[in-house]
Structures are given as C-alpha cells and as structure tokens.
Design a protein around this ligand. Structure first.
Ligand SMILES: NC(=O)c1ccc[n+]([C@@H]2O[C@H](COP(=O)([O-])OP(=O)(O)OC[C@H]3O[C@@H](n4cnc5c(N)ncnc54)[C@H](O)[C@@H]3O)[C@@H](O)[C@H]2O)c1
Length: 393
C-alpha cells in the first residue's frame, strides 16, 4: 500500500511506519548525545502514555539519555490489513526495537491504562521483564477524551469548554489558513465533573496506590504528571476552562501523593510544559493559532523547543540536576518559562491582535505547524520515499 496522509480536521487517519521509525530514531540519537550523569539518573521508569507527544519524549529521554529500563502503556491500534496502525503503535515498536539495538531495555504495553486489568498487567509484566528492580520514576502523560471508571464501569467524556460564560476568540483552520471567530458555549456542571474524572488526578493516584501495593516503587521514587497554564488569551478555554479545572485536580493530587511518598524519601510533581503540536493540543480550539504565532516568535528568538528538548531539560535541569536537589524543587515545576517570558508573550499578543486570513501565513509559523502536525504521523520527511509501496504496515 502507498501510504499518504488522510486527514479530517485535527485527526490524521493514517500513519507511515518508516516515517515514525525515523522520527523516533532522530529523537533517540539526540537523547543519546545528551546523557545524564550515571549517579543521578533514573534506573527504572514507567511511562503512562509513552507512545506519542510528551510521554514519548519522556520515555526516549529515560531510555536513551538515562539508559534506564523502561516500560510504557499506551492506547494504540494495530493495522488491520486495510488500515495503517496508529502513529503511537509504530512509535512503540520503534522505541523497543531501537532500545534493543543499543543494548537497552524497553517494553511497550497496549491497552486501557484507566482499567484495573492494565494495572495488574503492568505489575506482572514489570516483574517478568525487570525482576527485583523497583521503579524510581513514574511519568503520567495520559491525554484522553474518555475514561471508564474501573469501580462502577461508568464512561466519562472530557470536554474542552469555558466555565461560567461563553468565550469568543479567533481560531485558525491550520490546513486552509482561514482565521475565524469561534464562540464556545460554557460547560454544563456535569461536563466539568466528567472532565475532572478523565483528565484530573484520580487515575494517577490509583496507579501509585497499585504500584505501592505491589511493592514496586523505590523509596526515593519520583512521579511527575504534565500540565499547561499558558497566557491570558487562552485562559478562558484552558486554564480557567474545564481542562484547567482538571489540571487543578491533578496538582492537588500531586500534593497528596507527595505527602505520602515523601515519608520514605519520594516526591510527586506536576510539570508545567510548553504548548506544542501534539494530537491532543491540535484538538483544542484557539490553541493552534496561538501555537503557530508562538512558534514564529520563539523560532526567531532562538528559544523554540520541541517535546524532546523540553523533556531533556526537565530531566537534566530539574529532576536529576547536579546543581539542585530534587527535594528542594518547588511544585509545580515550570519548564514553560521560555514560552511565558514577557517579551515573547508581548510579541505573540501583538501578532494575535492583527491576525487574519490574509496575513496569517506571513505573520505566523503556520507552515511549521502543519509540517509538525503531519510529522507526528511520520509524514513530510525528506529521507522517506512516500511513493514506495509499503508491504508491511
Ligand atoms: N501538547 C501540549 O501542548 C501540552 C502542553 C503542556 C502539557 N501537556 C500535557 O501533557 C500530557 C500528554 O499530552 P500530549 O499532548 O503529549 O498528548 P498525546 O495525545 O500526544 O499523548 C497521549 C498519550 O496518552 C495515551 N493514552 C490515551 N488514552 C489512553 C488510555 N486509555 N490508556 C492508555 N494510554 C492512553 C496515548 O496512547 C498517548 O500515548 C497531558 O497531560 C497534556 O495535558 C501537553
């Protein structure tokens, strides 16, 4: 089959196995070139949501920069013979294969991380793959539209909506470059609760409880989950919206977990990361326009980072820094500092005010946004021949 991008809005229905492999290979090379100090690096790492985006970058940092034993859980679909697999499925295979080639250890598990069954499967698989080894870093990087509560089987759906009142702002169709005003009606009360159920900290705590119960966590374990704050222009839809309330719950959970884990020397954090193109962020209205303006400003400033740059900085400068003791770190950790600099934000703000369909290609990095979006699915690489028939996919 000749595999081309097939997309609908912010969803790409196809993925290219060779392109995904090469993407992971590039990340692995870069991570290998930035090793962590052996005495101050995680040894055994579990990444929940390690197949794409920030979770994938965390896992690649752990595997190739820290040389840790890694295990990832993700929810991905294999190919069906007519349809390609999801990009995360190919990424999973690529990390495990590249780890093996470098004499390192990585295991990919595929299934619903919210379920009790997957928690039991991970405990079993960990003991089998890494017998006697305790996990010293748990990364929680799930981003999902739905969660089935394992207690009562109820299915909750998250929504990305403002809370209290309707919100109107500019948004862009990143394929066509058409800038329009979008109005998003406020969430109903039960939608707020459901979003907190899906994207808050309840499942993170269930994971830590399950791993503690199985005696799989080291005394000095670190656990980190990811969040976003962003500038004023996105507050109504993000920080003060349904997703922001879920992230507040995540932060409150980190404090609860920290109280528990710190008794033996462990720590729990939320890390506030930079806005970047991922499958999840592409789905949030208004955010793609903000990201395309931000990319333009940060690339010109020379301070742009991708998911791997961010995770390398999180590991090197924060969690496993030679300068600061992790126990002295404030929670939340901020690695969105460069994005949030006043000068950067003032420039983005000025561009935001003038952005329209006529000038968007010129004043923003929409070209870079599109390229990165398709690159998430393995497309747009110069070293892959996309006209070639792919026999195994
Ligand atoms: N993208 C951004 O700009 C940004 C910025 C700051 C923080 N974050 C946060 O980072 C985290 C990860 O987001 P991302 O943007 O990397 O998303 P992503 O869509 O690239 O990754 C989501 C991951 O979760 C996994 N997943 C989803 N549902 C699952 C399930 N039921 N069981 C197992 N795995 C499941 C997917 O397989 C994938 O590995 C989120 O908490 C997000 O809020 C993202």
């Amino acid at each position: 089959m000749i595999i081309k991008p097939k997309y609908k809005g912010f969803i790409c229905l196809t993925a290219h196995p060779e392109g995904c492999y090469k993407n992971v290979e590039d990340f692995a090379k870069l991570a290998t070139s930035k090793p962590l100090d052996e005495d101050n690096a995680p040894k055994n790492v579990l990444v929940l949501g390690g197949s794409t985006g920030y979770g994938l970058a965390s896992r690649i940092t752990a595997t190739f920069a820290a040389k840790a034993n890694t295990m990832s859980v993700a929810f991905e679909r294999p190919s069906t013979g007519k349809r390609t697999a999801t990009t995360g499925y190919y990424n999973d295979a690529a990390v495990t294969k590249l780890a093996k080639l470098h004499g390192l250890n990585d295991v990919s598990l595929n299934g619903d991380a919210f379920s009790d069954e997957m928690k039991a499967e991970v405990i079993k698989a960990w003991n089998k793959a890494y017998p006697g080894e305790k996990i010293d870093l748990v990364v929680y990087s799930l981003a999902s539209p739905k969660r089935k509560d394992p207690k009562d089987g109820e299915l909750y759906s998250s929504v990305i909506k403002p809370v209290g009142e309707a919100y109107t702002n500019k948004t862009v169709d990143f394929h066509s470059g058409v800038v329009t005003d979008v109005t998003i009606e406020p969430a109903a009360g039960e939608e707020v609760d459901a979003t907190i159920k899906v994207m808050g900290g309840e499942d993170w705590k269930l994971w830590i409880d399950a791993l503690l119960g199985a005696d799989l966590l080291s005394d000095d374990v670190i656990t980190v989950a990811y969040s976003y704050i962003g500038p004023e222009i996105t507050h109504a839809i993000y920080k003060d919206g349904t997703i922001g309330l879920a992230k507040n719950h995540l932060l409150a959970t980190s404090e609860l977990l920290n109280d528990e884990l710190s008794k033996k020397g462990g720590r729990a954090f939320v890390s506030v990361n930079k806005a970047l193109v991922t499958q999840s962020s592409a789905a949030i209205p208004v955010v793609p326009l903000y990201i395309s303006l931000l990319y333009k400003v940060m690339k010109e400033d020379g301070s742009h980072e991708d998911t791997l740059d961010q995770m390398l900085r999180l590991f090197h400068d924060k969690l496993y820094s030679d300068i600061n003791d992790v126990r002295d770190l404030n929670n939340p950790i901020r690695i969105d500092d460069l994005e949030m600099e006043d000068e950067i934000q003032a420039k983005v703000d000025a561009l935001w005010k003038t952005a329209n369909s006529d000038n968007i290609e010129e004043i923003s990095d929409l070209v870079g946004y599109r390229k990165e979006f398709f690159s998430l699915f393995g497309f747009g690489r110069d070293d892959v021949d996309y006209e070639l028939d792919v026999e195994e996919f």
